[in-house]
Design a protein around this ligand. Structure first.
Ligand SMILES: [Zn+2]
Length: 85
């Protein structure tokens, strides 16, 4: 979902842009947090990079799907639930 904020920031001489404090706060982005940069058409997308399973929080998740990470244990559990139906 795209939400226009009307906020305009200028790129500095080193190519940096400051992400507004309110945005960082509402998305839980802290200092030194890794941000993944991707491109969609002519847009640059900045996403909090989380190297954890979205379901159980396990580190080193094995599978990436639609930009989300999942560990093999959760994947197995989901597969099992689907099989049981
Ligand atoms: Zn998991």
């Amino acid at each position: 979902m795209k939400l226009s904020t009307g906020i305009v920031r200028r790129v500095d001489e080193l190519g940096r842009i400051v992400i507004p404090k309110e945005m960082r706060r509402s998305l839980g982005i802290d200092q030194k947090d890794p941000i993944e940069i991707s491109i969609e058409g002519s847009s640059i997308i900045l996403q909090k990079y989380e190297n954890r399973c979205v379901f159980c929080g396990a580190l080193k998740p094995a599978i990436r799907h639609n930009g989300k990470l999942m560990c093999s244990k959760c994947l197995k559990e989901i597969n099992k639930k689907l099989e049981d139906k």
